[in-house]
Design a protein. Sequence first.
Length: 114
Amino acid sequence: QVQLVESGGGLVQAGGSLRLSCVVSGRTARYYAMGWFRQAPGKEREFVARIRGSGTNYADSVKGRFTISRDNANTVYLQMNSLKPEDTAVYYCALDLGGGWDYWGQGTQVTVSS
């Protein structure tokens, strides 16, 4: 059974940094895309960043501040710098096995205080 587990969320002041981690278990994710999404209260879930191989994509709202990376087949990170209150959300990682975002984690809360 494929599982994704996020960690690293928390409370940080505006301008601060956090690094989120996501570990995949149950199968190798080496050849597949992984991504980060977020959902703020009262809003729809939105795309944040994606990585597949050496290629990355970012939402315009986080370009230049967030960096997605992976250090092995099954762990992906989201380094978040210069955080803003509007970055406050539950952050989810996801795995795309070719049919869309097939698997999701439970989410980790990020709260940025002003």
